[in-house]
Design a protein around this ligand. Structure first.
Ligand SMILES: *[C@@H]1O[C@H](CO)[C@@H](O)[C@H](O)[C@H]1NC(C)=O
Ligand SMILES: *[C@@H]1O[C@H](CO)[C@@H](O)[C@H](O)[C@H]1NC(C)=O
Ligand SMILES: *[C@@H]1O[C@H](CO)[C@@H](O)[C@H](O)[C@H]1NC(C)=O
Ligand SMILES: *[C@@H]1O[C@H](CO)[C@@H](O)[C@H](O)[C@H]1NC(C)=O
Ligand SMILES: *[C@@H]1O[C@H](CO)[C@@H](O)[C@H](O)[C@H]1NC(C)=O
Ligand SMILES: *[C@@H]1O[C@H](CO)[C@@H](O)[C@H](O)[C@H]1NC(C)=O
Ligand SMILES: *[C@@H]1O[C@H](CO)[C@@H](O)[C@H](O)[C@H]1NC(C)=O
Ligand SMILES: *[C@@H]1O[C@H](CO)[C@@H](O)[C@H](O)[C@H]1NC(C)=O
Length: 554
């Protein structure tokens, strides 16, 4: 009886029903979180407290709309550049509820966050820094200051109890942090019948623990916190994270730190092969709450299938372009880094004139660590409008002017831009990530470029509103390659339109099939819809055994 009363009381307190194990869905919230810019005159403690206060508004709002779980990004509570705030933390084994602990016995931010979860009766996922005292010995690598410092995700349940703690394994040049001695497989259960795995940012590109949570531990739903640096043409945030979810066919609740001037944003709810339920790449300095009803996996997933395929409102070039306006010219405020494609094997796709068809069958093989990518491309040249003389004179005919030499001058390429050029690319080897890590990569792709130079590939285009733009409409693109099955992972990396949005899952088909022997055939193909504003259409492959080797060509 009192259980019922307690339940009623909780319900009255929050005014909202929670999902249960019997439901075929749950309600998830992720926050593309934009804490105020770092202000040196505030103490680290004041900064974290004000970020928690800011978070509370989103928690309350999400709960009002029925959210069962809410995820904030990597560094979201502490704030980027607030290097000093680390704390001692209980773990899930300690049955600790900091909200109920006597004050002074637990770090104040932990107590606040625990109360936040309890007050709103919601699962709360946050990222903080844990400090763990250590004594140096011959066998450990205890830092000179006598404590380890871990980039840590912490999960509170609806009562404010700590139910999961995860330490980031693949640090991204975070010289003040240490990785845990071995990858941690952090999983927590919820009262709505879903088991979640936890990992952080750069971890998503590695097998241990991220991919293995799905492949080996059968975890179907992930909470993922990030402060991602988006990179064209293959690894912008939503593109890479939703591609990973697609390849492993798992649900990912992804929360990204919003700092556009540094290239950080990108949050969403990704439903495996069913595609993106909702996502944001927000180039304005602002937070976004994404709230989503998420169908559960397994049989229930299929039952809920009817409303699984949302097909996000895709940007429609026909409606938005051709009349001289470009509604997204401020997307440029979102800083991007570019993959270094110097060592790629590439092949230009001839840009068709208006009304002209292009048909290209091509196999590109890499010189090194052999990978052969087979491409079939069918495209049509399109003008959205007849160029008016005004538009023509506005943009001149400068694109007839040949520029002889790289290095690539982006300003100039933008000025002269008259429609994308496309290029087939293949790579198999080791790449560098901002000089902080190297990874084994095997890529087959079709990418967009501002002009005929490889260095111009991947970048966002200016002036797409101009009527004189020469569009290439892709009718059928098929990419196939054979990969060694063991120790590799391939995912689709697709992008279209001006806002760094992946193509909806209904626009492509990604298949990965084990053949005889130890190889896997992977293919990526467009489905019926012709695509006018393609940016990237690629199989992005990881080859884990090459990680840490010297980058190819260096
Ligand atoms: C939790 O709720 C109590 C009572 O309403 C309130 O006093 C407290 O400030 C709240 N704490 C948080 C962290 O929201
Ligand atoms: C994962 O699922 C496979 C296939 O159903 C099963 O053989 C395996 O034991 C499961 N592993 C775990 C850790 O549950
Ligand atoms: C975001 O803030 C930064 C620095 O505070 C500023 O340079 C930039 O222009 C802002 N971006 C937008 C879209 O307002
Ligand atoms: C996605 O989330 C944004 C931000 O909350 C919201 O405005 C939009 O309506 C959502 N879109 C869909 C399709 O749910
Ligand atoms: C790039 O091109 C622009 C416009 O043509 C020119 O003003 C600028 O000097 C060039 N920059 C470099 C580094 O060549
Ligand atoms: C696209 O091309 C592939 C490879 O040639 C072919 O198998 C497929 O049937 C084509 N699809 C369409 C819709 O034309
Ligand atoms: C397996 O794929 C690799 C490329 O990843 C290739 O070098 C090798 O020849 C393939 N093996 C077979 C048996 O086809
Ligand atoms: C790109 O890679 C090549 C070799 O792979 C290297 O020589 C060059 O320095 C790199 N460029 C940049 C800007 O890192």
């Amino acid at each position: 009886m009192w259980l019922l009363l307690a339940a009623l009381a909780a319900l009255a307190a929050s005014g909202v029903q929670s999902s249960t194990a019997a439901d075929d869905h749950y309600i998830a919230a992720v926050v593309d979180f934009c804490p105020p810019p770092w202000t040196p005159h505030l103490t680290p403690e004041q900064i974290i407290n004000s970020n928690i206060e800011l978070a509370e508004g989103f928690v309350a709002d999400a709960k009002k709309q029925g959210a069962d779980i809410i995820v904030f990004p990597e560094e979201g509570m502490r704030g980027l550049r607030n290097m000093q705030y680390a704390m001692l933390m209980p773990g899930p084994g300690d049955e600790a509820t900091p909200c109920a602990a006597p004050s002074g016995t637990v770090a104040e931010p932990l107590r606040k966050l625990s109360c936040l979860a309890a007050n709103h009766s919601i699962y709360l996922v946050v990222n903080l820094v844990e400090t763990v005292p250590c004594e140096s010995s011959a066998t450990n690598q205890c830092p000179g200051n006598g404590h380890y410092s871990y980039n840590t995700d912490l999960v509170f349940d609806r009562n404010g109890k700590i139910v999961a703690k995860y330490h980031k394994y693949h640090l991204f040049g975070e010289y003040l942090h240490q990785p845990p001695p071995s990858p941690e497989y952090s999983v927590f259960e919820t009262d709505f019948g879903v088991r979640f795995g936890v990992f952080i940012c750069f971890d998503i590109l590695f097998d241990k623990p991220a991919a293995e949570l799905a492949l080996r531990l059968n975890v179907t739903d992930m909470v993922f916190t990030a402060a991602w640096f988006s990179e064209v043409p293959f690894l912008t945030a939503v593109q890479a994270h939703s591609g990973w979810a697609h390849a492993l066919d798992v649900t990912v609740l992804a929360a990204g730190y919003n700092l556009p001037e540094r290239g950080s944003t990108g949050s969403g709810v990704y439903l495996g092969r069913h595609g993106i339920l909702n996502a944001t790449m927000n180039w304005r300095n602002e937070s976004t709450l994404i709230l989503q009803r998420v169908p559960k996996h397994g049989a229930k997933w299929a039952d809920a299938g009817a409303d699984v395929h949302p097909d996000l409102d895709r940007f429609d070039p026909l409606k938005n372009y051709g009349a001289g306006k470009d509604p997204f010219d401020d997307v440029e405020k979102l800083y991007m880094i570019q993959d270094n494609m110097t060592m790629y094997t590439t092949w230009p796709v001839k840009r068709p004139e208006q009304g002209e068809d292009v048909l290209l069958d091509k196999t590109l093989c890499t010189d090194d660590r052999l990978l052969c990518c087979q491409f079939h491309v069918q495209a049509l040249g399109v003008s959205l409008f007849q160029p008016s003389s005004a538009a023509a004179s506005l943009h001149g005919y400068s694109y007839f002017r040949r520029r002889e030499e790289p290095p690539f001058n982006k300003t100039e390429a933008e000025e002269e831009f008259d429609g994308f050029h496309y290029r087939l690319v293949a790579f198999s080897g080791v790449r560098d990530h901002s000089r902080v890590a190297t990874t084994g990569v095997q890529v087959c792709g079709l990418i967009s470029c501002l002009n005929e130079e490889l260095a111009s590939c991947g970048w966002n285009a200016p002036n797409l509103g101009s009527p004189s733009i020469k569009w290439t409409e892709f009718v059928n693109v098929t990419i196939t390659a054979e990969y060694v099955a063991d120790g590799t992972l391939q995912f689709p990396s697709v992008l279209a339109g001006p806002r760094y949005e992946p193509l909806p899952a209904s626009h492509y088909n990604f298949q990965s099939e084990l053949g005889a022997g130890s190889n896997r055939t992977v293919s990526l193909t467009t489905t019926k819809q012709a695509i006018l504003d393609l940016r990237t259409f690629a199989i992005y492959g990881r080859h884990f055994a090459w990680d840490g080797e010297t980058a190819t060509g260096y």
